[in-house]
Design a protein around this ligand. Structure first.
Ligand SMILES: NC(=O)c1ccc[n+]([C@@H]2O[C@H](COP(=O)([O-])OP(=O)(O)OC[C@H]3O[C@@H](n4cnc5c(N)ncnc54)[C@H](O)[C@@H]3O)[C@@H](O)[C@H]2O)c1
Length: 268
């Protein structure tokens, strides 16, 4: 199936590694120019590898989504360098770094940083890039949320609540941008082996007596078998496939939706 993304400009925020990196690769593999934004210096290396492997233009920019000034500056650079933007993906996400079950295991002071990055980060990103999207009068936005945002996940309450807020903001943005020809959707991954996913196990393992500590593989495989009907991990490339589809004209009537790519973890 032709995704008609050749020649398009795809901006992925949080593209240095993990799911964002896979989505940037997904765009590039379809012939789009990939614009990679991250606060981590590794984004330079990711963009270089991507350009060589996919044979497309890939450019890296450094910015921290928690800083609105960073995001307006990077949007101005993208405007200067490319003149337009077709597809925007927000794939940044952090956890509290603590095991939050029960919720009083973590302190109220563990909440603000998660909200600042996962929610305000998306708000900053959309505010910064909205003028480019509005000028173009077509295109798409994808916010990478989580199944945790739909079911009150007890593992990390600030993370879970931040993803619920992100989904809600995405629905508002979808209603505001749809009349301007821009579709906004949310992608909810289940369990993907990334640094973020591993950090959840690390937070759990730190709290266990040494003789009861399971390995990352044991702990997550047990959880996946318990909560996922398909009984398997999700792959970052599966998230990229959905992101590419939603950006393509094949997804032209999908707007304001939460797409779960989670092996059946959440069903509705
Ligand atoms: N991995 C999973 O199992 C899983 C499940 C559900 C949802 N998600 C979501 O998928 C998205 C990607 O997560 P991932 O698993 O690939 O994580 P990851 O940690 O591998 O990648 C996150 C990227 O975001 C960047 N980042 C973090 N804070 C930033 C900031 N303040 N400014 C700019 N960049 C910043 C990191 O440098 C990194 O490149 C996140 O929104 C996450 O919540 C992941």
């Amino acid at each position: 199936m032709d995704m008609h993304l050749a020649g398009k400009i795809g901006v992925v925020v949080g593209a240095a590694r993990g799911i964002g990196r896979a989505i940037a690769y997904g765009f590039a593999a379809e012939g789009a120019t990939a614009v990679l934004i991250d606060r981590d210096d590794a984004v330079d290396q990711t963009a270089s590898e991507l350009a060589i492997e996919c044979g497309t233009i890939a450019r890296a920019y450094r910015a921290d989504v928690a800083r609105f000034d960073d995001m307006t500056a990077v949007a101005a650079e993208v405007r200067k360098d490319f003149g337009r933007l077709d597809h925007l993906v927000f794939a940044v996400g952090i956890g509290s770094g603590k095991f939050g079950f029960p919720f009083w295991n973590i302190a109220p002071s563990d909440w603000p940083r998660v909200m600042e990055v996962n929610v305000l980060g998306a708000v900053h990103t959309l505010h910064a890039f909205a003028p480019l999207l509005l000028e173009r009068k077509e295109g798409s936005v994808l916010l990478v949320a989580s199944v945790a945002g739909q079911m009150g996940s007890q593992t990390d309450p600030p993370y879970s609540a931040s993803k619920a807020a992100l989904i809600n903001f995405g629905q508002c943005a979808a209603k505001d941008l749809a009349p301007h020809g821009v579709r906004v959707n949310m992608l909810c991954p289940g369990m993907v082996k990334t640094e973020l996913n591993r950090s959840i196990w690390e937070a759990w393992a730190r709290q266990q007596p040494a003789d009861q500590r399971k390995t990352y593989e044991e702990w997550t495989d047990e959880k996946i078998r318990r909560v996922t009907p398909m009984g398997r991990w999700q792959e970052a490339e599966e998230m990229a496939a959905m992101a590419v589809y939603l950006a393509s004209p094949h997804g032209r009537n999908i707007c304001g939706q939460c797409l779960n790519v989670d092996g059946g973890f959440v069903m509705h």
